[in-house]
Design a binder for this molecule. Sequence first.
Ligand code: OGA
Ligand code: MN
Length: 302
Amino acid sequence: MPIQVEQLGQTFFAVVKGIDAREPTPREDVRSIVDAIDDHGVLLFPGQTLNEEQHMAFSRQFGELEVTYQKGRKRRLRAEFADASNLGADGELLAPNSERAKYNRANQLWHSDASFRAIPSKYSFLYAETVASKDGETEFADERGGWDALDEERKNRAEGMVAGHSLMTSRIKTGFKTFTPEEQESLKPVPQSVVRTHDPKGRKNLYLGSHAGEVYGEDPETGVKFLEELLEFTTQPQFVYCHKWSVGDLVMWDNRRVMHRGRPWDENEPRIMRRTTLVGDGPTVVDGRPINEAEYLRLKLS
Ligand code: OGA
Ligand code: MN
């Protein structure tokens, strides 16, 4: 039976029925899912039961897995996962005032996964194993809807703009400051276009988030202020979908086009979530200038 895609909310976010993510997905369904995410930006596959291997195998059908950055050596999960839980490597609850908890709390700022990499990531797949009894939702903001609705003056100003993204920028905002000199070197800001054109149909969107800390060629205060203004614009209620998690939800989103943020919950309760992420197709900036990524990819592949 073909899959069914139903849009929830006004402009984006759809639920996909007819997929058992433990099993290989038929090729035509993989294509339909890619078409659906191009249109909607975020897809929910409810009612899944996934172990780590199955979660990785489902994700790999859409591209190459990223090895995620995780501060510190010890991990609860294998290196292909970002741990979005409030558990330590030992599987015990993290103390809410621990360094690790502060580090994780940066997920509660609007962001796009791995925008601090020169080739930023494509899709993420977040799976809910245990949910909090209340709160702890994840919100998604539609940066295509935001771009479409933006006035011409700010569109003209944003077009051509390049911002520097670093993981340190977002972590410092939540009070985590202890980066070694090697980390500071490897986490230096990378250039990202503020307006992206990655979509095969040529649709544009904003590309913002908490990793962005400067605009090249602008004085620091003015540049950051403009990025904040754009972020505020594209996170207005009409562009935001709030997902209330149920156990077994798998949510897939396109980091190139939506931002997301986790919402707080009582961290004395476990909330156990894990995420895989796919490597992006290419950079958003070449020789200091934003590129049309869809075009760039066509040339690269031809
Ligand atoms: C993530 C993330 C938010 C959340 O996993 O990338 O930002 O609600 N998660 O857990
Ligand atoms: Mn994230």
